[in-house]
Design a protein around this ligand. Structure first.
Ligand SMILES: [Zn+2]
Length: 255
């Protein structure tokens, strides 16, 4: 049976998401921003927590691990390259490693840049990706521990996933991201259509994620740094894509 997901808000603007295998009953929490809303989501769904899949060490993604592990005795899977900064890790993983949640099989993708050891999880059979703070809908994470070239390569890896992949990110930033994206590509028609959709969703109090990789390719300026019109729009025609990406990221930081 296909995987099931359950998305819920945490903290100020974080998302928590549960990934559930209906055959085995196994359930993973993707990151653990705080324990209480994860517990509430488990109570609401009736699912039993078996695993926590951590994307990176930031506290707003890991603050609930200790309490959840104590209560559920779940397995904690975390990025090998920054596991020492995360509590209660049972299994350290990196690029190409497979992670099983019951019968669901996920592949680990190294996506450094936001943090030096950030990873994403891709479940090919269900075309689901959990990308933490690397890719946001119409945006991307701040480059904090890595550099722009590294972050661009990470985004390209996510961009290479199948177009109909649904991705879950760590934050609800889409509306603000769209306001910025329009300053880079004012005439981008798919972006204008997405802006209308997001306005409707926000007005209805609904989340704007998951989004799909295929749509982001057309709408997200951070995934479009190698499109000649985008390079030209930021005055960098002919420059390497990562430099165009760096300029867009810099502008967003100041936006
Ligand atoms: Zn973060």
């Amino acid at each position: 049976m296909p995987a099931q997901t359950y998305l819920f808000p945490c903290l100020k603007d974080n998302y928590g998401v549960l990934l559930h295998d209906p055959d085995s009953g196994a359930t993973a929490s993707i990151d653990a921003p705080e324990a209480t809303p994860v517990e509430a989501a488990l109570a609401k769904t009736g699912w039993r927590l078996t695993d926590i899949l951590v994307t990176h060490h930031h506290h707003d993604h890991t603050g609930g691990i200790v309490a959840l592990k104590q209560h559920h005795k779940c397995r904690v899977v975390a990025p090998r390259n920054e596991a020492q900064r995360i509590a209660d890790v049972d299994e350290k993983v990196g690029e190409g490693d497979m992670v099983r949640i019951g019968a669901l099989q996920g592949r680990v993708i190294d996506t450094p840049g936001h943090t030096a050891g950030h990873i994403s999880y891709f479940f090919p059979a269900d075309k689901l990706a959990f990308v933490g703070d690397t890719l946001f809908s119409i945006g991307c994470g701040r480059v904090i521990e890595g550099n722009a070239e590294m972050m661009w390569q990470s985004l390209v890896k996510l961009r290479n996933l199948p177009n109909d992949t649904k991705f879950y990110c760590g934050h609800e930033y889409t509306a603000a991201n769209i306001r910025f994206a329009k300053t880079i590509e004012a005439d981008n028609r798919p972006l204008a259509a997405r802006a209308e959709e997001v306005t409707r969703l926000v007005a209805a109090g609904k989340p704007t994620i998951p989004a799909t990789i295929g749509a982001e390719k057309a709408e997200n300026p951070f995934l479009r740094a190698d499109v000649p019109e985008v390079a030209e729009a930021v005055g960098l025609a002919g420059s390497p894509a990562w430099k165009v990406f760096a300029e867009i990221r810099e502008r967003k930081n100041r936006f």
